[in-house]
Design a protein around this ligand. Sequence first.
Ligand SMILES: [Zn+2]
Length: 93
Amino acid sequence: MKKLAQWPEFLRGSVASVCARCNRARCICEKQSSRLAYRLTYKDHDQQTHIVYVPVDQLPRIRKMISNYSGLRRLIEELIAINIEVFKKESRS
Ligand SMILES: [Zn+2]
């Protein structure tokens, strides 16, 4: 359970880069600029998709939070397996 504290910040979603001017992954601007914006796409508990713009200086943090989430999910799966073993042992005795 101590491992749970390793991931204080986490979130689910994916980060993609888009053109900073037209906001599209595939730029449609007449004169293409190299400026990119980043956005996080995630689904809430109702499976509604939301988009959040991510400032460039927050990119490492957002990416860390996303990888924390997959670490957390793996850990929860492990804990479930352990809990089932414990439950099986306890209900036998
Ligand atoms: Zn564009």
